[in-house]
Design a protein around this ligand. Sequence first.
Ligand code: NCD
Length: 338
Amino acid sequence: MRFAGSHVLSVGQFERGDVEAVFAVADRMEPYANRHRITRVLEGAILGSMFFEPSTRTRVSFGSAFNLLGGEVRETTGIENSAIAKGESLYDTARVLSGYSDVVAMRHPSEGSVAEFAAASRVPVINGGDGSNEHPTQALLDLYTIRSELSSQQRGIDGLRIALVGDLRFGRTVHSLCKLLCLFERVSITLVSPAELRMPEPIVEALRESGHEVLESDAMEEGIAHVDIVYSTRLQEERFASPKEAALYRGRFRLNQQVYTRHCDPNTVIMHPLPRDSREPARELDDDLNDNPNLAIFRQTDNGVLVRMALFAMILDVADQVDEHSRDVRWYTGGRSR
Ligand code: NCD
C-alpha cells in the first residue's frame, strides 16, 4: 500500500509487507518515545483529534505520538461538545475540520462513520474505532507487542498460538486483530466467549480460509492452556441493548494469578486492549496479576505510541527525515524505562 496521503480505516488495507514496514519504522521511534532524543520533523503540522466516544489511551497516545514528532494537536471530544449535537452532518464536519488539520484521528460510535467522514475529508483520516467494527491502530500495536514479546523466545508471529477471551461479538479490537492475523501463517486461535458473544462468522471464516486452526469454546480454563498469548477483553456494555442484558455476561471469565498458575504455561503472555474493568462484578483481568512479569498490558500501551508515530510519519511522508530533524533532550529522563 502507498502510505503517503492515505487514510487508515481498516486493517483490510494492509498486506503483510505493509505491516512489517510499519513495525520497522515503529522500532526506529524508540529513542523519541523514550525521551532520549527529540525530533521536530512535523513542526507546524496539526493533528485534528476527534473522539466522539469515551477514550483515554487511544486519544492521548495519538496526541502524544504527534507531539513527539514535533506537531500540534487540536482536540474535539464528545458529540455533546461538537456541532454534530446541533444536527451537523459528518460530511460538513469533515469538510470544515479537514481545513484546519494536516491529518485527523477519529473515533465514533457508529460502524462505517469514520469511512464516511474520510470520504469528505481533505486530509488523511485514521480510524480510532468505529462502533464495534474496527480499531486498526490497536490491532497494529497488539501485533507489534506480540512480535516483541515472542522475540525473546526466538519466535515470530507465524506459528503463534493465541486465545482471545471475552466479548468477541462487540469487541472491535479483536475483530481487527483477527483480520490482521490472516496475513500470517499457521496461527492457532482459540476463541473463548459465551455462545451469544461469539466472534462474527465472516471473521471466523476468514481465519479458516487463511489456513489457521480455529477452536471456539465457552470454557476459559481449557482455552488458555498451551497458548503463547492470552488476550482478554472487556464486556462492551455500551453496545448491548440494555444494561440488564450486559449483566448476564459480566464476570463470566476472570483471569487472576491463581487461574493463570493452574492453567497457563509458565511463559504465557497476558494482553488486554484496556481499559480493564476492575470493579468487583467484572474483573476480567485481576489486579493481582500486576506483578506477573508476563503481564504485557502496559508494554502494549507504550507500544501504541511507537506504532502511531510510525503511521503519522509514513502517512505524512517524513519517515526518512525523522532523525535529520533531531537532537538530544535537555531535561532529566531517568525512570522512564519500559
Ligand atoms: C478498546 C476500544 O475502545 O475499542 N480500547 C482501546 O481502544 N484501547 C477496548 C474497550 O473499550 O474495551
